[in-house]
Design a protein around this ligand. Sequence first.
Ligand code: ZN
Ligand code: ZN
Ligand code: ZN
Length: 365
Amino acid sequence: MERHARRIARVQARLAALDVHALVVAPGADLTYLTGYDALALERPTLLIVRADGPATIVAPLLERARVQGEVLLDDLAVVTYGEHDDALVLAADRIGGAPGSVVALGDTMWTSFTLGIQRALPDHRWAVASDIIGPERVVKDAEELVRLRAVAAAIDAVHRRVPEVLRAGRTEQAVAADLATMIRDGHDEVSFVIVASGPNAASPHHEPGPRTIEEGDVVVVDIGGVLDGYCSDMTRMYAVGHAPPEFLAPYAVLERAQAAAVAAVRPGATAGEVDAAARDVLAEAGLGDAFVHRTGHGIGTQTHEEPWILGGSTVALVPGMAFSVEPGFYLDGRFGARIEDIVVVTEEGVEVLNVVPRDLVVVR
Ligand code: ZN
Ligand code: ZN
Ligand code: ZN
């Protein structure tokens, strides 16, 4: 069976098992995952309807018919097109069908206008979120997805190796970020984000590169990511310009140990919470627990942030094929901050670390 058909079949099995009548998704990662179709998110709805019974249906604007036929990879698919004067959401509701009281799972990020239109047309149905159905499927990557995740990880590794070419005192964060975006574009299809956080700005985890001029003695967080063949990279390394502040070195050594401990905790059967705790305990023992203000990681695939969440207390059990970041950090307001981030995959034996560039502080001149 073709892989998208296999995914539809698994979703249908889950719908049946959970007594959910249908899954409805709009353009975005779920639609691409299930059909291969990277549809335009337009005000004219494109909706995939998967019922527990019968073939999947795509409701699409007539003017997109050629793209649907060319890009959807399912043989067993009913295509319903509509014209400019038709009510697409009423048409979709008709295809969803089901008795009053049926549960329908709607895409997590579906536009409110679509959601409300479908709900108005099916006033006695009940509603759930699509991630309840499709999340457990997407979270385990198949062999082909892992090949792409390895390739995109290698592409971002290559960019980190080149950071010393463009990072130096006297340049602004924005100028360095623009150069890094060009390098990311070299090895990826698109740039997802570029974080260059220097000196005190490094204390803000999602700092937007700004006009600050980088100075001798700054530590700099470089957190970058892009998309290649539909799959995302996301990787952080730490740099110091000329030299690091002496008081940075001890906490940075703790962070390296914390990140390595979390990676070492990754294996089938461990929980996401145990991976988080492995990093957090090392930082807390060194008095940096309060400075680690975010979860340890997030799943990655066709989206930079997706399930599983590597969150304190999570009882989600790791299984082979899960891919996620391990990215502990510490952030000390007004002084500096640091984060080390790799993408890892759970294997039968334990863990595969996709990013290979050394995690030591890189001193640039
Ligand atoms: Zn982030
Ligand atoms: Zn990142
Ligand atoms: Zn990340």
